[in-house]
Design a protein around this ligand. Structure first.
Ligand SMILES: [Fe+2]
Ligand SMILES: [Fe+2]
Length: 270
């Protein structure tokens, strides 16, 4: 498997690439290319794809980890540039209207309707269940929350704000034979829940856990518990970026044997 980071908060490691808050990676495995998330902004996404020599037309499928704008905002421009249909795999809740209240009220859901994306060629396959959508590419499905989660934001119900559990937060599990790689967008379901679900579903150990872990502002007790549990699950490596948090990343890095950063242009071979 080869993973290339296309859209991420951190840049400056390679010329000609733009950093921006959001997440998108290309996963190549078994002769297929899956685009995981599309970042916040289509022009940044397409600029970085072009700089990295990746054309929208060569993508075999799109996997959306959840409906937040920083993972779906580039989808419309991607479809327009591609100019032909593409299968999009996700959880049915990605189209929910979502609001953040701090620091000021704003929309944080997918900034497009399902219809306008379908008109541009998106073929949505939405299910809360685990699903192998291409050989070796498995969606975790809705993640069972046995430990803490890291949900954020609000839904609107009958004119009121209710806490958003971000049920649509799913992870991509890539079957590498003897082990799996797990790719999480923001990790709102909680990285421990995600890791355990991947192991339960596949019966295989995790070689690498990659993506946004949403640990910014997490208490030490939570971080220590996460590190201990990931070690006992024998997770091979952590590649953490996006919403992981700078201090929290440093805390993980100092305590987990193999931890690496994510940045635009990074390529991982597993
Ligand atoms: Fe995010
Ligand atoms: Fe998110």
């Amino acid at each position: 498997m080869r993973l290339t980071v296309i859209f991420e908060n951190h840049a400056g490691y390679r010329k000609g690439l733009l950093g921006y808050h959001g997440f998108s990676v290309l996963v190549e495995h078994s002769g297929r290319k899956v685009l995981v998330d599309t970042g916040t902004d289509g022009s940044v996404l397409l600029h970085n794809m072009d700089s990295l020599g990746i054309s929208p037309g060569e993508v075999d499928a799109i996997f959306l980890t959840h409906g937040h704008y920083d993972h779906t905002g580039g989808l419309k421009a991607f479809l327009q540039e591609r100019g032909k249909g593409v299968d999009v795999y996700a959880h049915p809740d990605i189209f929910q209207r979502r609001i953040a209240l701090e620091p000021k009220p704003r929309e944080i859901g997918i900034p497009f309707t399902r219809e306008e994306l379908e008109d541009l060629g998106a073929r949505f396959h939405l299910t809360p269940k685990p699903m192998e959508f291409l050989p070796g590419f498995l969606s975790s499905g809705e993640v069972e929350r046995r430990h803490w989660d890291r949900a954020v934001g609000y839904l609107t119900k009958n004119g009121e704000y209710v806490k958003d559990p971000v049920r649509d937060d799913v992870a991509l599990i890539v079957d590498l034979g003897g082990e799996v790689a797990v790719i999480t967008g923001c990790g709102h379901s909680g990285i421990l829940n995600i890791a355990e679900q991947a192991i339960r579903l596949t019966g295989k150990p995790i070689g690498a856990l990659i993506g946004g872990f949403h640990l910014r502002g997490a208490k030490r007790k939570l971080l220590d518990g996460a590190i201990g549990r990931l070690k006992s699950l024998k997770v091979g490596g952590l590649y953490a970026g996006h919403c992981t948090g700078v201090d929290e990343y440093a805390y993980l890095k100092a305590r987990f044997q193999k931890t690496g950063p994510l940045h635009v242009g990074l390529s991982l071979e597993l």
